[in-house]
Design a protein. Structure first.
Length: 71
C-alpha cells in the first residue's frame, strides 16, 4: 500500500524504470477492478513492448525520448 498523509490521502508515488521516472497519483480500488498499474506506467514512461524481441524499447515515434503531455 502506498503511504497516506495525515488527512488519509495517498501521496504521489515516484516510479522509476530503466532510467525514466514519473510521479503517479494512486488510489485504492475494489478487488473487482482490473489492475492497470503496469499499463499506465509503460504509457507514462513512454515505453513500448517489443513482443517479438521480448523486451521494452523506447517509443520510436517520440525519438526514443520520454515525452510527457501536460494540460
Amino acid at each position: 500500500m502506498f503511504p497516506a498523509d495525515a488527512s488519509g490521502k495517498r501521496r504521489p508515488a515516484l516510479r522509476r524504470m530503466m532510467g525514466r521516472k514519473e510521479d503517479l497519483d494512486v488510489i485504492e480500488v475494489p478487488e473487482a477492478v482490473p489492475n492497470l498499474l503496469v499499463q499506465v506506467l509503460l504509457k507514462v514512461l513512454d515505453w513500448v513492448v517489443d513482443s517479438k524481441g521480448r523486451k521494452l524499447t523506447p517509443n520510436p515515434a517520440h525519438g526514443c525520448e520520454q515525452m510527457t503531455e501536460e494540460y
